[in-house]
Design a binder for this molecule. Structure first.
Ligand code: ADP
Length: 172
């Protein structure tokens, strides 16, 4: 069985992520989407539980996909799940540098693990979770950026996350 892990922060999941999940599900027998803690990223807006639940809700149409979370090393998770592949999405050149380093590191740790990259669909190339969090901070419209079935919930949760600073403006 060809099993792949799609790891990420997914804080929150976007249409760009969903596109990667859908395309990976055609390439592999089973895709495990796993929400990971990224120690390099600041405080999350959504809890791990919320992120898992939102992804599950947005992926009910993909039968060979499961959603879970993990706090630990990716290679250990892959071994535990008997997954031979890691799927990552690539947007711009800036992603490449980071992803390249990560893929090489994984290869050094475990030679049997292959990292596979799925190039973003151009419709989603400008989408990022951090961009959406910024929109949520300031009450922007995120229509067309996240799966429609979870948009309302993302907006509500984002607004009540407590991460959002109050709007401030200095008058001149
Ligand atoms: P991480 O903290 O691990 O980078 P993210 O949730 O930011 O987690 O991203 C998870 C994966 O999805 C990464 O491989 C990232 O490059 C990819 N990704 C993010 N946004 C998009 C997008 N719009 N199109 C394609 N891939 C994307």
């Amino acid at each position: 069985m060809r099993r792949a892990v799609c790891p990420g922060s997914f804080d929150p999941v976007t249409l760009g992520h969903l596109d990667v999940f859908e395309r990976a599900s055609v390439m592999f027998d089973e895709v495990i989407v796993s929400v990971f803690v990224n120690p390099g990223k600041d405080k999350a807006m959504f809890s791990m539980e919320d992120r898992v639940r939102l992804i599950r809700k947005a992926t009910t149409h993909i039968p060979n996909l499961v959603v879970t979370s993990f706090s630990g090393l990716l290679n250990e998770f892959c071994r535990e799940q008997k997954a031979q592949f890691i799927v990552r999405g690539l947007r711009a050149f800036t992603d490449f540098e980071y992803e390249f380093q990560r893929a090489l590191l994984m290869k050094k740790i475990d030679r049997d693990l292959e990292t596979v990259f799925i190039m973003t669909d151009e419709r989603y190339s400008c989408l990022s979770s951090s961009g959406i969090r910024e929109m949520l901070y300031f009450g922007g419209d995120i229509t067309g950026f996240v799966p429609e079935c979870i948009q309302k919930e993302i907006m509500e949760r984002g607004a009540h996350s407590g991460v959002c600073p109050k709007k401030v403006r200095e008058d001149r």
